[in-house]
Design a protein around this ligand. Sequence first.
Ligand code: ADE
Length: 418
Amino acid sequence: MECDIKDQGLAEEGKLRIEWAEREMPVLRLIRERFEKEKPLAGVTIGACLHVTTETANLMRTLKAGGANAALCASNPLSTQDDVAASLVKDYGIPVFAINAENSETYYQHINQLLDMNPQITMDDGADLISTLHSERQDQCADVVGGTEETTTGVIRLKSMAAQGVLRFPVIAVNDACTKHFFDNRYGTGQSTIDGILRATNTLIAGKNFVVCGYGWCGRGIAMRAKGMGASVIVTEVDPLKALEAIMDGFRVMPGVEASSIADIMVTVTGDINVIDGPHFKNMKDGAIVCNTGHFNVEINIDALKDLSKSVRQVRKFVEEYTQADGRKTYILAEGRLVNLSAAEGHPAAVMDMSFANQALAAELMNAKGKGFEKAVHGVPESIDMEIARLKLAAMGIDIDTLTAEQEKYLASWEMGT
Ligand code: ADE
């Protein structure tokens, strides 16, 4: 089987960890069991460009159970778990092209190796696969029925392609499902970002000034969890509505440059470039910890910090110490790449269960109906979203109420008032 991974000898540990994650992915398991019987993806080649984690491994198993020829490459050079890649190849017969800490050239070589398999369905986390198809391998686009996209940043890129009229096949924005962004972005990023910071630094959160740049679903989750651990949380925003929401959620809001002068820990999660830049670094206290948990490593302008610094050294795994000209030290985690997937293991399985249930069902839908879809970015149908929520509740053993006939009638009527 074609593949490019670090070492097949790591498979045993990878398999154990994949099985460990599977325990907390009951919705995906139910889908896998149905896929095994119904084979809704029989013969379809699916090329997935996702973080190579234990949770992704369980998604790949599900796609394969549905009859797909599923193959995987990384959606980020630092998030690949080499033992998982090894087990996928050795134990599950799934081709993987991903090696942790691969350079940019190898990262794109792996994307191209995946595309050499001529996928009919693409699965992206950040839209690098679709972007490569549309820029370098346009001839292949005609063979693609459609794609799916996991994350906010990818959906923004795809919507921009659709708006410019260059998107050559339909894509389902998995991120836009409520069972994805309400949970994965908020509780997943909230927990895994703190996890990444702690594993990298072992710093105490309580009593610290913890600055969250960006108050989207991910920022909300991080702010909530940092507050829960006793930090004094400050939010920076450019959107007045989100800024208001942050204030009413109990956080201080101020401009980023002002926040940088009091920050002990500063995290970016905006999806935009140079959110922490030279003026912020000039302002920072000695010992400030700076990291990013947004999709791309563009949010922190590390070059600006380099220009201000007289020396750099690695002081712990995932921690680089920059000494500025006046002796102040600034600590950058995971080279400004997503700290939750670089220094920790990404979101816990219980939350990826819902995200990847959406991916599996979106792939099934795209395979069944994609040929009739407009070349645009489509939402996940509400019926799928609701079904995933129902299955998750059932797996958690939680019952909820149902509307009575009288209540249904009332909700459908307009005549009844005061
Ligand atoms: N994105 C965030 N966390 C993840 C995980 N555990 N697996 C795959 N993609 C992720």
